[in-house]
Design a protein. Structure first.
Length: 137
């Protein structure tokens, strides 16, 4: 009976991985609009799709797409508190780690999910108006 339960569980898990969020049918503009709003559990699929798209682009096009993603991410998360942003970031990290556990080293490298140092997010730094010196009394 344990073997049967194991087989059923394995089937369910592989099915849930196979039917993760499908971003391949989205346009680049749709992906840009989604930046910063993706559910943390879907972040690995989103990142994999972005990686695929970047690999097919010429450098100037990829740079423009990356800048658009960064701007959309900033805009879509600007109303988050620092606490909310950090919680989201941690949930995404956890989802990425879980996905990597199911992949070989080569799959991780090919997918773009290799551990990467990503640019800091605006929430990690004071806003421009916060940097201005206080008025003199």
């Amino acid at each position: 009976m344990n073997k049967l339960a194991y087989i059923v569980l394995a089937g369910i898990l592989s099915t849930s991985v196979a039917f993760g969020a499908d971003f391949s049918k989205k346009t680049n503009d749709e992906l840009v609009k989604m930046a910063g709003t993706i559910a943390p559990k879907d972040a690995p699929d989103y990142r994999i799709e972005l990686h695929k798209r970047f690999k097919t682009m010429k450098k100037p096009e990829a740079k423009k797409f990356h800048e658009a993603l960064e701007q959309a991410m900033e805009k879509n998360t600007e109303t988050m508190t620092l606490k909310e942003f950090r919680e989201r970031k941690e949930a995404i990290k956890k989802a990425m780690d879980e996905r990597r556990k199911t992949m070989t080293k080569q799959q991780i490298k090919d997918s773009g999910l290799a551990r990467m140092t990503h640019k800091c997010h605006p929430h990690d730094h004071p806003k421009e108006h916060d940097k201005k010196p206080a008025p003199k009394k």
